[in-house]
Design a protein around this ligand. Structure first.
Ligand SMILES: NC(=O)c1ccc[n+]([C@@H]2O[C@H](COP(=O)([O-])OP(=O)(O)OC[C@H]3O[C@@H](n4cnc5c(N)ncnc54)[C@H](O)[C@@H]3O)[C@@H](O)[C@H]2O)c1
Length: 394
């Protein structure tokens, strides 16, 4: 089997993904940081093929993934020469990097949105993707709720209402309906798997949308620590968690509307896991250039323990930000394909619950990642993929 994958947004996460994947395929490193990297999912790393990648940064469009990766991460990791075969294509901008120091280009300068849907679907007919992986700069997007409203926005060429993420998701659904069933994986906060309109669109297209907002770094750890508190009936009084980083993603989050999108996807975990809304401050708080891609995370949780006494938990750590999501993406690609082939349409909560900060569908709750992992193992077992025995043997 070959899982043909299209990348949307060739930034830091994409650089680490394409480089890391090639290095694993070449046997140059172990798949550490890939959740099911040491389990047999029935799809090998060799079977993942990146067939196309899109961006709107004029310094990237037309360049190879090799050149772009050398520039971005070449001082940290060896960049395989095989990436010279992947040339980054021009995407659809729709204002997604406005306010950032990026010289943007975009097909939407030359075509209407309706025409662009057909242009992209025609391109994808040649590449035959099974998977679309959306890793654009964080955008400020509102759910459509109603499928007709989404269709109307495309018809009316309403560029104010549509984000690039929603536009790509719409075009990929059309491709899925007319040509080949496909999965759209959304690791950014724009609501797709949390938008009933998009989930309905994917159901009708016999495709699958997974999302929203990849859970790496501090948020899954906070979720698991809250599970720990809930299971011991410790009453949480407050949660403070902040991230400071120096990559483009953190710079984008200095734009208030974009930061609000992250706050929304991160904060939903508190009430969902504890059952009450403990006062909390959970958001990316700042940009500090010298930290680069290795962000600084700090967390403080105060709670009431037995006999009414107060405990405090303090965690400080530094995380390589983009590689942690890139490792997750390797398995999102494989699991997305497994879910699609087993007949799932619309969205797939067991996958979203483990991999996403705001797992869709809209009405679904966040659970801790420890609980979500066990449920995902059950989901795979129902599809004939047994990895439980492996876990039990530990
Ligand atoms: N650990 C993590 O790094 C992490 C965790 C969760 C979610 N995310 C999300 O992943 C996304 C990518 O993160 P990153 O660090 O790679 O960011 P980045 O800024 O390095 O990369 C984003 C890329 O998308 C491109 N882009 C922007 N608008 C586009 C459009 N309309 N069409 C095509 N390309 C477009 C940009 O030019 C850039 O190359 C962010 O939205 C972030 O919120 C990251």
């Amino acid at each position: 089997m070959v899982v043909r994958t299209v990348i949307l947004g060739h930034g830091m996460v994409a650089n680490h993904l394409v480089v890391g994947l090639e290095r694993i395929k070449n046997g140059d490193m172990e798949p550490y940081g890939v959740p099911f990297g040491n389990k047999d999912l029935g799809i090998d790393f060799d079977e993942i093929e990146i067939v196309a990648s899109y961006d709107i940064d004029s310094h990237k469009v037309g360049k190879t993934a090799y050149t772009v990766a050398r520039r971005a991460i070449g001082d940290q990791v060896p960049v395989p020469k095989s990436l010279r075969e992947l040339v980054i294509r021009e995407g659809v901008h729709l204002g997604s990097v406005e306010g950032l120091p990026i010289k943007a280009t975009g097909l939407d300068k030359r075509y209407s949105l309706g025409d662009l849907v057909d242009i992209l679907v025609d391109e994808w007919r040649e590449y035959e993707p099974d998977v679309f992986l959306n890793m654009l700069t964080t955008e400020h997007g509102k759910p459509f709720e109603d499928l007709e409203a989404l269709e109307y926005a495309i018809e009316e060429d309403n560029r104010e209402r549509l984000t690039a993420t929603q536009f790509y998701a719409y075009a990929a659904a059309k491709y899925s309906r007319e040509h080949k069933r496909a999965v759209f994986i959304n690791v950014i906060p724009v609501p797709l798997a949390n938008d009933p309109a998009i989930v309905k669109l994917y159901k009708l297209s016999k495709g699958l949308v997974l999302g929203d907002d990849g859970a790496t770094g501090a948020t899954p750890l906070t979720a698991d620590l809250l599970e720990h508190m809930a299971e011991r009936n410790r009453h949480v009084l407050s949660i403070a968690q902040f991230n400071i980083g120096g990559n483009m993603d953190f710079l984008a989050l200095t734009i208030p509307e974009k930061n609000i999108m992250k706050e929304f996807t991160k904060s939903s975990i508190v009430e969902d896991i504890l059952g009450y809304d403990a006062p909390h401050y959970i958001k990316p708080t700042g940009y500090l250039g010298p930290l680069g891609d290795k962000k600084f995370v700090s967390m403080h949780i105060e709670y009431i323990t037995f006999n009414g006494l107060r405990d405090e938990l303090v965690v400080n750590y530094r995380i390589n930000d983009s590689p942690s999501l890139a490792g997750m993406c390797v398995d999102l690609i494989r699991l997305g394909k497994i879910a699609l082939d087993s007949g799932c349409t619309g969205t797939c909560y067991p996958i979203n619950a483990f991999f996403m900060k705001k797992p869709g569908p809209k009405e679904a709750k966040s659970v801790s990642k420890i609980v979500a992992f066990q449920r995902l193992v059950d989901f795979l077992s129902e599809r004939g993929i047994e990895i439980l025995s492996d876990l039990e043997s530990r």
